[in-house]
Design a binder for this molecule. Structure first.
Ligand SMILES: [Zn+2]
Length: 142
């Protein structure tokens, strides 16, 4: 086990149309990891060539995240805080899956079953919740 904590990796949204950095993958990236400058040399790897960011699509991000965590890195979501999101959307049931995916279940005035949206980052989940903008009941009548 590492004895001293290493700088956390920061997860955020990549710019629009950013492609996944995984070799051979041409999907649009959903998550950008900002990797802190590493001074860790005990693993014998030359970190001076480390990329400072890594963009991953929604298929490759879970594996990337898993690898980071297994190597003892913390990943901090810098787009927001899911507890803050829960406070802002008290009618939504917001939770995190074991794999780190964020879910929000939003009631839509009883006209439809709860709508569940999901994202990898709190900031992305917030956007989806804002887009849902739980409609007034009059708007639902044809
Ligand atoms: Zn990918």
């Amino acid at each position: 086990m590492p004895s001293s904590p290493r700088p956390a990796y920061q997860a955020t949204s990549p710019p629009a149309d950013t492609k996944c950095d995984m070799r051979g993958c041409c999907s649009v990236a959903n998550v950008r990891v900002i990797i802190p400058e590493s001074r860790f040399t005990a693993d014998g790897i030359d970190h001076s060539k480390d990329p400072s960011t890594f963009d991953a699509c929604e298929w490759h991000w879970p594996a990337m995240r898993d690898a980071c965590l297994r190597n003892g890195h913390r990943i901090v979501d810098i787009t927001g805080d899911i507890r803050q999101l829960s406070a802002e959307f008290p009618r939504c049931n917001i939770f995190t899956s074991d794999g780190g995916r964020l879910y929000a279940s939003a009631p839509l005035n009883g006209f439809a079953p709860d709508t569940t949206v999901d994202a990898w980052l709190a900031g992305q989940l917030r956007v989806q919740l804002e887009q849902l903008s739980v409609p007034a009941s009059s708007e639902r009548v044809p």
